[in-house]
Write a protein that binds this ligand. Sequence first.
Ligand code: GLP
Length: 240
Amino acid sequence: MEIVILPTAADVARTAADAIEQQVRSGPSVLGLATGSTPLGTYQELIERHRSGGLSFATSQAFLLDEYLGLASTHPQSYHSVIRGEFTDSVDFGADAVHGLDGTAKDPASEALRYEASIEAAGGVDVQILGIGTDGHIGFNEPMSSLASRTRIKTLTRQTRQDNARFFENPADVPDHVLTQGLGTIGEARHILLLAMGESKAEAIAAAVEGPVAAMCPASALQLHPHVTVLVDEAAASKL
Ligand code: GLP
């Protein structure tokens, strides 16, 4: 793991955008996109570089990490809608180049298999962006997730539902269940960028980077990956 401690959240966003730009400019690329507030600055940077620097995503594809079960892709809080609003609709991905899990699939287990197959058919993920939950989750792999897990249904912890309630009108509207790429799936990305900003992520980052590789901290599985870059601001690095 390469740990890069940067002065501010804006530096984290710029450095992550640099890595993605380099990948995208190298040729047709497969990007793994995360939702949540952490990557927003990175997406803003990339939109800016698209508008003013000619950075094009026209030959790239993107795969989302996870989705709420029960929310249609048109629901404003579905991760499909969120990523379109925050990033992909503002750049030039081709039609059908942004892939996500169907939260309304009648058979979520088959949907999970379909998604795994579509990532493989695209040639796998070149660069995966990740945030981290305050409990150490990545994607929606909550503590005690199997380190080898594949895309599947998970139940959210109370902590994660509380953390994400800010995006919903009513805290009770946060779905209980999700579909998420597994830790094994995420670990197949060729390069992983783990981003964290702020004091609230400091404990999770310390456990992920310096703690034991353990299911209690799903992000610690990244220690086994050959190419992970951890980009943190000073507040998120404060417990290292
Ligand atoms: C969410 C998402 C994760 C995200 C994490 C942190 O629940 N499923 O992909 O990285 O929790 O969210 P935030 O970036 O808003 O702190």
